[in-house]
Structure formats: structure tokens, C-alpha cells
Design a protein around this ligand. Structure first.
Ligand SMILES: Cc1cc2nc3c(=O)[nH]c(=O)nc-3n(C[C@H](O)[C@H](O)[C@H](O)COP(=O)(O)O)c2cc1C
Length: 195
């Protein structure tokens, strides 16, 4: 059966490195037979600026953020994916705010088991995660921290993460990067996600 892949693109730049890589990865995965959806996380219409810690998802029986907007629709569909890709530029040593506001609301996919004293996310058992991260600096200028962050998130979920990390990614605004070697790496990554 073909893999269902959702890519959450957290870059606000339409022709930047992150979006270009997302396109290359998505095309390769589609050619390898996967069903790929790209979500423009930076342009989702949201009623709240991120998780507002209302804890509504802790009291509700549903695995869905109680704030009803475009982000809650996307997040509620995450458990039906085989692979979820978090794609982000490194901003101030971390994820972009545009993707973080979606990641934090993934809290709604968890419930808390009082007896075991831990959170659990039954819907995410079959979902694997991947990271595409681009950085203007080197690997130790924040890219490493985003990778650690993604590893910690997926450990919490009970999954693992595959990554495509791209340092030295600076492009002129509005000029789409074109790099044959990077395109090849992105293609390999997309084909691997589709397996
Ligand atoms: C607000 C802001 C913060 C940034 N912070 C970092 C950083 O901490 N480390 C780094 O290596 N690059 C940093 N950069 C550079 C971006 O990560 C890099 O240019 C990235 O490839 C941009 O992705 P895009 O082409 O998809 O916009 C920053 C850029 C911006 C706009």
C-alpha cells in the first residue's frame, strides 16, 4: 500500500531553501508511489497564536485540539499518516515560530494516564517522523539543537526521526536555490520516506 506522507512546511518564504527542499522531497516521494500532502504551516488560519494551555484536550475524549481552526484540522489528521515531516528553517537556534505553533498543539493527540503517571498518544503508534531543517550557519549554529529537539519530540511520541539537515543555506530573497547535489540528497530522502 502506498505511504501517506504529510509535510508541514514551517518556512514563511515561498522560494527559500526549506520550501525548495520540501518540493524536491515531495516529488521524489510521489514518484516512488507515496501520497504526499504539503501543509503550508506558516499560512494556516489560526484562532490562537499557538497552544494556549487551556487543557481542553485533557478533559475531552477526542484526540483533537478544542480550538477549532485550520491547525486543529491538520493536527487531527496526523494519526492517519504513515510519515509526518517537520520542515523548518532554523530561527534563533530553534524551530521557526510558524511550525512551533503547530507542534505545540500536537499536545491534543495525547492523554494523560494517571495510574502510569505518563502521557500517551495511541494514534501516533504507527506514525513515524522526519525532519527537514535548513540553516544559514553551520551545524552547530542551531541545526544540531533542532535535531536534538526533534529527537526528543519523537522519543516522547514513541517513534524515531529521519533527518535531512542543510547547513550554509542562505539564498537571496525571491531567488530559488538550485543545487544538483542537494536536489539528489532530497530525492534520496523522499524515496526513503516513501518506502
Ligand atoms: C529570524 C531568523 C533567525 C535565524 N536564526 C538562525 C540561527 O539561529 N542559526 C542559523 O544557522 N541560521 C539562522 N537563520 C538563517 C536561516 O535558518 C536560513 O537562512 C534558512 O535556510 C532560511 O530558510 P528559508 O530559505 O526556507 O527561508 C535565521 C534566519 C532568520 C530570518
Amino acid at each position: 500500500m502506498s505511504k501517506r506522507i504529510m509535510i508541514l512546511n514551517g518556512s514563511p518564504r515561498e522560494k527559500g531553501y526549506t520550501m525548495t527542499l520540501v518540493g524536491w522531497v515531495a516529488n521524489a516521494a510521489r514518484e516512488a508511489g507515496a501520497e504526499v500532502e504539503i501543509v503550508d504551516a506558516a499560512r494556516l488560519k489560526c484562532e490562537v497564536p499557538g497552544c494556549i494551555a487551556c487543557m481542553g484536550c485533557r478533559t475531552s475524549d477526542e484526540f483533537r485540539c478544542v480550538v477549532d481552526d485550520e491547525a486543529s484540522d491538520v493536527i487531527a489528521r496526523i494519526p492517519s499518516q504513515d510519515v509526518v515531516v517537520l520542515a523548518t528553517p532554523v530561527y534563533f537556534m530553534g524551530f521557526s515560530a510558524q511550525i512551533k505553533r503547530v507542534i505545540d498543539r500536537m499536545f491534543s493527540l495525547f492523554k494523560y494516564d494517571d495510574e502510569k503517571g505518563r502521557s500517551y498518544a495511541p494514534g501516533l503508534r504507527e506514525t513515524t517522523f522526519a525532519l527537514i531543517a535548513t540553516a544559514g550557519g553551520g551545524e552547530s549554529d542551531g541545526l544540531d539543537l533542532v535535531m536534538k529537539n526533534a529527537e526528543a519530540i519523537t522519543r516522547f511520541v514513541g517513534s524515531s526521526v529521519r533527518s535531512l539537515l542543510v547547513p550554509d543555506a542562505h539564498s537571496e530573497h525571491g531567488v530559488q536555490p538550485d543545487n544538483a547535489e542537494l536536489r539528489e540528497r532530497a530525492g534520496d530522502f523522499g524515496r526513503d520516506l516513501a518506502k
